[in-house]
Design a protein around this ligand. Structure first.
Ligand SMILES: [Zn+2]
Length: 285
């Protein structure tokens, strides 16, 4: 680039290291691969882990989509997209999932299933699902190695004793390929089943915690649960047991955000804005 910045901001050595870590993460599904997370020109916690994965993978012929909480227009998504456009001249960006080859997202997996030629990069604040039961990282590593998740299961059981159900709303612990349990990033429970048998490669990057892990295509991903207390997703039923619908597109099978409109009424709208617009276009013929 003219200002002396390398394509993709990271130097080639850094990109190679991230790519090697990604290959290792794919080879050992769910294993948290340590890497030397670089300083980025934005605060850690704003998606620097996801961004480094993206910048190590992106090529000049890429079409990139950046999503934050299902929306392409929120501050985090706009800033990351601008940064990628600035440091990766020649790439295309899009808000349409269908056109994207590389998708970076925070807090959501798109509503429409991803294809085998797409890669999803999720931004991760806390990569280790065991952190809620064990503060010491070297002990957690041993627990992961031995697939010793008994304390995590006890934690879920305590939830059931106290609240009659597992109350975890996001970052739901999920077992990958019958061994490692991952923190799938702050996606809602609704998105967890999309990890299972996904056609697309799913990569998770934690910048502050310096970890990369992966759910490779067609891999088993099972949310933790008990035989008599199965995993369930969010319930969008109203007081009469009717499934709520999106106030914009009328969809009755999407993940809904709740908000209060100008009249002070509680309304529901698709969290995935691209999906919602697509439904509205189809409704209008
Ligand atoms: Zn909608």
């Amino acid at each position: 680039m003219s200002q002396g910045i390398n394509f993709g901001f990271l130097d080639e050595y850094a990109k190679r290291e991230v790519r090697r870590s990604i290959l290792k993460a794919i080879s050992i599904p769910g294993y948290q691969v340590p890497y030397s997370s670089r300083e980025m020109p934005m605060g850690r916690g704003f998606g620097t882990g996801g961004l480094q994965v993206t910048l190590a993978l992106i090529g000049a012929d890429e079409t990139m989509k950046v999503i934050d909480q299902g929306s392409d227009d929120s501050v985090n998504a706009v800033n990351l997209r601008k940064f990628i456009e600035l440091t990766c001249p020649g790439i295309d960006t899009t808000t349409h999932l269908e056109e994207a080859s590389l998708i970076q997202s925070r807090h959501r997996i798109p509503e429409v299933p991803l294809r085998a030629d797409q890669i999803l990069v999720l931004q991760v604040p806390y990569p280790d699902a065991l952190v809620i039961v064990e503060p010491n990282e070297s002990k957690r590593k041993i627990m992961h190695g031995e697939a010793d998740y008994s304390r995590l299961l006890v934690k879920l059981y305590e939830d059931i004793v106290k609240f009659d159900e597992i109350t975890i709303s996001h970052r739901y612990p999920t077992c990958i390929n019958d061994h490692y349990i991952i923190d799938p990033s702050p996606i809602p429970r609704y998105d967890v089943p999309k990890l299972h048998d996904s056609e697309a490669l799913i990569l998770l990057g934690a910048g502050r915690e310096k970890k990369i892990y992966a759910v490779p295509p067609y891999t088993k991903a099972e949310p933790l649960a008990f035989d008599d207390m199965p995993f369930r997703i969010e319930d969008f039923s109203d007081e009469n047991g009717q499934r709520r619908v999106c106030c914009q597109c009328g969809s009755s099978d999407s993940f809904l955000d709740e908000f209060i409109n100008e009249q002070g009424e509680r309304v529901y709208q698709c969290s995935d804005s691209d999906y919602c617009e697509l439904q509205q276009e189809q409704n209008n013929g």
